[in-house]
Design a binder for this molecule. Structure first.
Ligand code: C5P
Ligand code: MG
Length: 188
């Protein structure tokens, strides 16, 4: 089983991904977390990604796709993956399909967490108080991240809809309530 956990910044992807990982024995790949780890370790990849992340822009597709493929390859023992924060563009989605197919695999479902913009801003600003993420603290950067999502990422709902793999879940409510909804979609 390979799941794309989809939604705007602040939708709760990371939180729900941790729970799905434990329940379904999947490997959680958060591209944002991998970038942040690389920034912390001052790797070449981290240095390349930092300028984009600080502004709330997307890291170029070639960089992100290459990183993601190498992460998947480094877990040959895995029963499947939860992709959290990837794909974010049509090019990334199409590269992911091609790559998975080349290793005899495919995306099982894309689960989209639906959360209105006002709630996203509220959650991101609250997270900024403890996340240590500069991109969660500045309202202009948060706004830019949401704009980038609307302009480049939201269209992926159509991409997965055409494949019959797009499922929407109401992302408002308690973390437990949302987990119940997500598990229900995954167990179908
Ligand atoms: O997913 P997350 O919100 O943690 O990502 C943080 C930042 O990492 C994004 O705002 C973006 O700058 C960068 N990113 C990216 N491409 C991805 C995932 C994350 O450029 N596929
Ligand atoms: Mg996240």
């Amino acid at each position: 089983m390979n799941i794309v956990l989809f939604g705007p910044p602040g939708a709760g992807k990371g939180t729900q991904a941790e729970r799905i990982m434990n329940q379904f024995n999947l490997t959680h790949l958060s591209t944002g977390d991998i970038f942040r780890q690389n920034i912390k370790n001052e790797t070449t990849l981290g240095l390349a990604a930092k300028t984009y992340i600080d502004k709330g822009e997307l890291v170029p597709d070639e960089v992100t796709i290459k990183m993601l493929e190498s992460e998947v390859k480094s877990h040959p023992e895995s029963d499947g993956f939860i992709f959290d924060g990837f794909p974010r563009t049509v090019q990334q989605a199409s590269a992911l399909d091609g790559f998975l197919s080349s290793i005899g695999s495919s995306i099982t479902k894309m689960i989209a967490l639906d959360v209105p913009k006002e709630e996203l801003i509220k959650r991101l600003l609250a997270r900024g108080k403890y996340s240590g993420r500069a991109d969660d603290l500045d309202e202009d950067i948060i706004d830019n991240r949401i704009q980038v999502y609307l302009q480049k990422t939201a269209i992926l709902a159509d991409y997965y809809n055409k494949q019959g793999k797009h499922f929407s879940v109401n992302g408002l409510g308690s973390i437990d309530e949302i987990t119940v909804r997500v598990f229900k979609e995954l167990e179908k």
